[in-house]
Design a binder for this molecule. Sequence first.
Ligand SMILES: *Cc1c(COP(=O)(O)O)cnc(C)c1O
Length: 459
Amino acid sequence: MVDWEGPLTEAFERAMTYLNGLPERRVGPRATSAELRQALGGPLPTGPTDPREVIAGLAKGVEDGLLPSGSGRFFGFVFGGATPASLAADWLTTAWDQNGAMYASSPATAVVEDITADWLVELFGLPSGTSVGFVTGAQMANFTGLAAARHEVLRRAGWDVERDGLIGAPPIRVLVGAERHNTVDRALRFLGLGTNCIVPIAVDGQGRMRADALAEALGEGPQIVCAQAGNVNTGAFDPAAEICEVAHAHNAWVHVDGAFGLWAAVSPSLQHLVQGIENADSWATDAHKWLNVPYDSGLVLCAHPEPLRASMSLTAAYLIQDQNGERDSLDYNPESSRRARGIPVYAAIRALGRSGIAEIVDRCHEMANRFAQRLEADNVQVLNDVVLNQVLARFGDDDELTRRVVTAVQSDGTCWMSGTTWQGKAAMRISVSNWTTGPTDIDRSAAAVLRIRDELIRS
Ligand SMILES: *Cc1c(COP(=O)(O)O)cnc(C)c1O
């Protein structure tokens, strides 16, 4: 008999130690890359090693190089952690090792993803009939949504981009706020549109696209408007209702990058931020950020099944695609063989329910405000309106001091956050997106940040 038990028991025990240790673990890596190479490297293995030993050695070797993003005091980037149900479902997804490409390659995956897709559309309050593709992240969700957009705006101009490509095609203009996420630019590169197609639209002090500036820039011909729900620095939202109205009046497709911000739609008290977003044509978001599903897990939603299918679908004589209306995921996303990544999303939604998801979003919002208040009470400048989960803190109105505080906080280990530059000013970027973060985490972290600032000023 195959010994599954040895390596899996080892993995289980190591995982328990890691997860149970998170609340008190130092929030930051301890090892240098040289130390990690030393612990993990060596010559190419010339022969086999016992799997359990491999797992034990691997876990030991990476230990000091892990960035504990599952900690309640991890505020870096917009990462989020993993909830118990989604993590356990992710393990099973691996054990089942399903190829999620088609109904025929995994009927259970197709059905689970179909059910989850309907739940997501309802959760976000999007039009019924909106389709959902399970991709690796918002980067690929932006790519996929913009591929559908590219198809549709060119089809309206009488051009078949899937057949004829872009050489000789009518030019497409992509109107997007100056404070967009750079994955939008990258998606446009992948799509052969190049970054020169971008028409940057002026933003306000919070990074929101100005609808009046958009109205002025819209013209004739194929055009795509890319709005943002949740600016990666400030958390601010582009005015979706106005954007959709003016863009559609000009026959443009509206894609929304809502990597984390789209989840505001689930919270009755924050819903107003996404008002009108349901009028867009496609949306990108992440499950691995605010839903706290393990990496990797992105979602692309599209109100128009045809353009999405036209841009993504794959047919080949040997592929048994389903004739009975069952879900073949290769019609919804750019992958062929793929992980059944809808399964952990299903488990996350089942375990939390609508109220549980709203509670995470609301608590993170509340905790972001608490962090901002703690800092402001002690002379730290907060550069943004804390509308969601993001706080931009600046120390002594000084770029250098601000950067030094960020670096020193990272090596202190109480909490972890990264730095950024917001509209020309250095800032500490605090993102609250972990499902376990509570008041004690905030108070401990804010106290550490203030102590470190004081030490730096005194030294
Ligand atoms: C994180 C993020 C992305 C990219 O998402 P990935 O999950 O890293 O692919 C895109 N847009 C915004 C606004 C984001 O916050």
